[in-house]
Design a protein around this ligand. Sequence first.
Ligand code: PMP
Length: 363
Amino acid sequence: KALANEGVNGLHPYQPGKPVEELERELGISNIIKLASNENPLGLSPKAAAAIAKASVELARYPDANGFYLKQKLTNYCGVDADQLTLGNGSNEVLEILFRTFVSSGDEVIFDKHAFIVYALLTQSAGATSVAIPSVDWGHDLDAMLAAVTAKTRMICIANPNNPTGTFLTPLQLQQFLAKVPEQVIVVLDEAYFEYVPVAERANSIGWISDYPNLVVTRTFSKAFGLAGLRVGYLVSTPELADLLNRVREPFNCNMLALAAAEAVLDDSDYVNQSVLLNSQEMARLTQWCDDNKIDYIPSYGNFLTVQVDDAQSVYRKLLQQGVIVRPIGGYGMPNHLRISIGLVQENDRLMAALNEILATKK
Ligand code: PMP
């Protein structure tokens, strides 16, 4: 008899892409580009690189268990008090801490049918029940989510912008939704792609926590801040919830280099602005190209574009043979779509050229 917790036996592990070097060896080609994990194509911020070098001399020591200095910097960036912040090894880990703290066997967790896959994983490993709500135009159906709330509902997870669809809910839609969610249900607003949303359209979601103490907002340094490999994310909540999360959190969960780099990149607004600008320019170029070539796509507020293609698995494999890795999202219930992360100009050129060739031979 298996000894795993209830729920774990039915789980399938998260399927990460293979490392580029391994694929190059397997396929016998070089110069592969990776447009598959919504990473920042600009590479590490120079200020973060310098901070990592400086911090590395202290690596024989444990890191600051409470992330004091990063929290200080984040109080300015987010307009909150330090006791409202929980740091994690990527925002994945803050989500995990949240589930470990609040979700138990028998609870229900509501999310969109095409939501970030980790919500289902965490729900199932907690022995809870996933309630996946069909989307409307690939976006969240907030009314249907509300209608699905039962006495067992413990949490509702919403990514805004959503991965893998890139869809976006307006501040007004979210506020109207929050006003109707029962207060015992925790609403997780996952803003991993927050920085890519144009300033004029962003929600002051963190500011809503004082009105809705059941709201928590998660963010990450993996996208616009370009620190995916270091793993740093954070969660903003009321101090009361943060206190509970802090009891569950492993000590030293954020490593010393990650803390130093995240502090530095918060001061590197040139890097973040450049990242966001490149993304919006290249997103515009890619969507224009899709329009010109009659390729359907889901308009995206993230750093990726999800396009519709027949036989997506075969297009994915052909792109791979041409040295371009994108992400098939059959596992997200979207077997006819590919998610393409926005890369550097020359990377996107290569993607478009390869896709042109593949789709032309299919016609
Ligand atoms: N939430 C969403 C919606 C994401 O797309 C991702 C990354 N793919 C994450 C959270 C987790 O990112 P990280 O753990 O790197 O912060």
